[in-house]
Ligand binder design. Structure first.
Ligand code: NAI
Length: 352
């Protein structure tokens, strides 16, 4: 099972293979870096086509978390876990408890949280066996709970920064924003946009969600195949990854791409394609950090809701600095963000 040769291997500090015959647990935990603090990142429960795919995913995602946490200014390194959903997977509490024991065995080097396939309920089961877990139910007066509204607030502030930079407009009032996916983040984003006077166009595979956006927020509903190619000021992908690629980019009719979805660029070269097309791209892991900022506040117990909101608002100026650097150097924003993240991690490594 090659790990060192995997294209996503980036001198990760530690990779732990977790197997428990009694519960059927098969999981991989990857710690990319602890230079800035404990490696934080969610646990994904997924049916992978192969073990190699699972390893590739956890290596790639844990590096992404290092970059995201560094750029959010958090005292968190980057890590990630995947639980492989095989044919015999039964989702028993014992399996999640066993996973919690593996997390615990790392002594706090890795802090787990909710990701695709997991829920607050499953995280509460994991938490029976380890305290190195976040994303639990919200306790009165403290940060925590569902991070989606916080993520949406960060996206909204990021859109405002992009609009100021690209369109020289102080507000989204009167602008049109296409939102792909009106789930937990997308719907909350639509609320903020509607309140600020933007026109909204939405699409979602779940018709109840688009109906709610139309009825409650006055959104225009378009087809799944049309949403990316609307003539709009801002496109906010809030559903799937890899939607920006050599096939879709030539057909985009937006000035800005700024949304929540992780890994929006199919390949790093797509950042250059967007820049060449004159489209300003807000790097996904910078703009969608609101949730992890909330999680950090929950874990360290240091910030209340008001402070969390203030930290999230710093996403706007952070993006502006990336946009300005991209203008100055003629390089795409995704490359600038990666570079800044690597510099922050390298400086911490040197210092510590
Ligand atoms: P969600 O599952 O609540 O919402 C996603 C929505 O997209 C659903 O309503 C789904 O029906 C819709 N969808 C799926 N495929 C679609 C398609 N082909 N076209 C249009 N709509 C489609 O997920 P959530 O939490 O809102 O997250 C959205 C994105 O943001 C995901 O990529 C997630 O990884 C990312 N993200 C979420 C964070 C959070 O705090 N929830 C934090 C950072 C990133």
């Amino acid at each position: 099972m090659p790990v060192f040769d995997d294209s996503a291997f980036d001198d990760h500090e530690r990779v732990l293979f977790c197997r428990d015959a009694a519960t059927g647990l098969r999981a991989v935990i990857a710690i990319h870096s602890t230079a800035l603090g404990p490696a934080a990142g969610g646990c994904r429960l997924w049916r992978y086509a192969s073990e190699q795919d699972a390893i590739h995913d956890v290596l790639r995602l844990s590096q992404g978390m290092s970059y995201k946490n560094a750029m959010a200014g958090l005292a968190f390194g980057g890590g990630k876990a995947v639980i492989l959903k095989g044919e015999d997977f039964d989702g028993s509490p014992a399996l999640f408890e066993r996973f919690g024991e593996f997390v615990d065995s790392l002594g706090g080097r890795y802090i787990t949280a909710e990701d695709v396939g997991m829920s607050v309920e499953t995280m509460e089961i994991v938490a029976r066996r380890t305290r190195f877990v976040t994303g639990l139910s919200k306790k009165e007066g403290h940060a925590g709970g569902d991070p989606s509204p916080k993520t949406a607030w960060g996206i909204f502030k990021g859109i405002e920064a992009a609009v100021q930079h690209k369109l020289d407009r102080a507000s989204v009032a009167g602008l049109t924003v296409a939102v792909q996916g009106v789930g937990n983040v997308g719907f909350n984003l639509c609320r903020y946009l509607a309140e600020a006077g933007a026109k909204i166009v939405v699409a979602d595979i779940d018709e109840r969600r688009t109906a709610a956006a139309r009825d409650e927020l006055g959104a225009t509903v378009v087809g799944l195949d049309e949403i990316l190619f609307q003539e709009v000021d801002v496109l906010a992908p809030c559903a799937l990854g890899a939607i920006l690629n050599e096939r879709s980019i030539p057909k985009l009719r937006t000035r800005i791409v700024a949304g929540a979805a992780n890994n929006q660029l199919e390949t790093a070269a797509d950042g250059q394609r967007l820049a060449d097309a004159g489209i300003l791209y807000a790097p996904d892991y910078v703009i969608n950090a609101g949730g992890i900022i909330n999680v950090a506040a929950e874990y360290f117990g240091t910030a209340d809701d008001a402070e969390v909101m203030a930290q999230i608002e710093a996403i706007g100026p952070r993006l502006t600095r990336i946009f300005e650097e991209a203008d100055r150097t003629g390089r795409p924003t995704n490359v600038i963000a990666d570079e800044q993240a690597r510099e922050i991690i390298a400086a911490a490594r040197k210092a510590g």
